[in-house]
Design a protein around this ligand. Structure first.
Ligand code: PLP
Length: 494
């Protein structure tokens, strides 16, 4: 299978090349030239496998220049029980038609682990397949979640190194501890005296410094990124929608061949696009429900066909969805219109004016599959409280946005198709917002809050989060943005 580019359908590269390159030189994103398909028999066979087996089966159809043996090894290592627990991506019944797909049982308690645990294997193998022999150095500027998930994925993976920059004072106390206590011989972490944009600008400057990149190559090092638009981050996510469907069949909630809906709390549009790709491969999905917080640029886009980022930016209790440019939407536009020139025009207009309007036919095609809605912080908090009172289920603020939007969808349409709602983070990652929503005592420091969430819910906090209380900080330093390059050199070149 070959991969083409959303802005130039003349491009045709292998899967490993797409993963190694990350983003096409013209700024476009890689997508399969055509989608593989899974028959009902294959889905029935998949239902007999464990999560790693299911993921290997799904990814095998996309990553055709990887051997079955390779994918088997990578998925077993990435989704091992010591990383994701016994039940990798469990489906929990919330009501007659709503099923929560819990994607937060990985090492950092958020769904990004599904991609970032396996990406290091895909990336190093892609490098070898394309004759690249240097060690891969991953640079990350993070405002929290991505940095930790990338650190956990790349720590002690042979042939890789990772350096994470986070804004001093710009993360939650737990997020900071998650990063500064990171273990591994090949990791570097530092605070940067500045905000997220300063860290991000510093990383971009390092990537585009040709002389410096040449110097790194001489030392056997090659820079790369673990950015969420990399195909290697998207393809592992397709697998958990197949897995959820298999579980629903196994549990007797649906019969093989029945349709489901999928509802996803959305930011960069990667997670919900993975569901749309699963459908393109034969998974029976009738509606995709795109849930946003107050940064509801996608709600407006799906309702009107106009994407407009010129609007206020809100900091919400679901910070991982605080995004005004949803990069992976570009892939959906290409999938629905099939015209790279058209997509290129939209993206040019987005970068020039911050807005674009799709054609009527493209709008109609998207609306035929996608529904949408948004919930602000107060609505999400109300949902956390209500779902806990009615169902004894504790949702994190991102998941609560999705549940709220799903409930509104169901009330509006009367559609009672079984719906998989993606739960993207553990409630223990956001203890303050969760306690506030429950009208519980919010006094004390972060670890007191964790204990209280545990007491109220009867669940134990994820071991990795609770363990931070005793963990030793390794990376306590902070540097000015101008010193980021030197920090990297001192750490990795010596
Ligand atoms: C990243 C993230 C999201 C948004 O996912 P996209 O794939 O960017 O749409 C939602 N919830 C949580 C907890 C996240 O970390």
């Amino acid at each position: 299978m070959k991969y083409t580019c959303t802005r130039d359908s003349g491009v045709s590269v292998s899967a490993s090349k797409a993963i190694l390159t990350g983003i096409s030189p013209d700024g476009g994103l890689f997508l399969p030239e055509s989608f593989p398909s899974f028959s009902q028999e294959e889905i029935a066979d998949m239902a007999k496998l464990n999560y790693a087996g299911r993921a290997a089966m799904v990814m095998g159809k996309f990553l055709t220049d990887f051997s079955a043996e390779e994918l088997d090894r990578y998925t077993k290592a990435a989704y091992a029980e010591d990383r994701f627990g016994e039940n990798t991506a469990p489906v929990v019944k919330l009501s007659d038609s709503a099923y929560i797909l819990e994607l937060f049982h990985g090492p950092t308690s958020a769904f990004k682990d599904f991609a970032l645990q396996i990406l290091p294997y895909l990336l190093t193998a892609s490098a070898r397949k394309n004759g690249v022999n240097e060690d891969i150095v991953i640079l990350v500027a993070t405002s929290g979640d991505t940095g930790k998930a990338a650190l956990e994925g790349f720590a002690d993976v042979e042939g890789t190194k990772i350096c994470v920059f986070y804004p001093n004072g710009g993360t939650s106390p737990i997020q900071k501890l998650q990063m500064t206590t990171q273990k591994g011989e090949n990791v570097l972490v530092t605070a940067v005296d500045g905000n997220f944009d300063d860290a991000q600008t510093g990383v971009k400057a390092i990537f585009t410094d040709a002389d410096y990149n040449a110097e790194l190559l001489k030392s056997g090092l090659r820079l790369s990124s673990a950015n969420s638009i990399n195909w290697g981050r998207l393809v592992p996510q397709v697998a958990y929608y197949f897995s959820a469907y298999c579980d629903l069949v196994n549990q007797g909630s649906i019969s093989l061949g029945d349709s489901i809906n999928v509802c996803v709390p959305t930011g960069n549009f990667g997670n919900i696009l993975a569901a749309r790709i699963a459908q393109a491969c034969g998974l029976p999905v009738s509606r995709f429900i795109c849930a946003s917080n107050s940064n509801n640029v996608l709600t407006d886009f799906i309702s009107t066909g106009v994407y407009d980022r010129n609007r206020p930016f809100y900091l919400t209790t679901s910070p991982s969805m605080d995004i005004l440019i949803s990069s992976n939407l570009e892939r959906l536009l290409y999938m629905e219109c099939g015209d790279s020139d058209e997509v290129k025009d939209y993206m040019a207009s987005l970068s020039k004016d911050g807005r674009y309007q799709v054609s009527d036919s493209l709008k109609t095609a998207i609306q035929a599959q996608f529904d949408c809605g948004y919930a602000d912080d107060a609505m999400a908090a109300e949902t956390i409280k209500k779902v806990f009172a009615d169902k004894q289920y504790l949702a994190d603020p991102h998941t609560a946005v999705a549940i709220n939007v799903y409930d509104a969808y169901k009330a509006r349409t009367g559609d009672s198709t079984p719906t998989v709602i993606a739960s993207t983070a553990s409630p223990f990652k956001f203890p303050l917002s969760v306690l506030k929503a429950l009208d519980a005592d919010c006094s004390g420091e972060e670890f007191d809050l964790l204990d209280r969430v545990s007491k109220i819910s009867g669940l134990s906090a994820p071991a990795a989060l609770a363990g931070l209380r005793e963990a030793k900080e390794r990376f306590t330093g902070s540097i000015p943005p101008a010193n980021m390059r030197d920090f990297l050199s001192e750490g990795f070149i010596g």
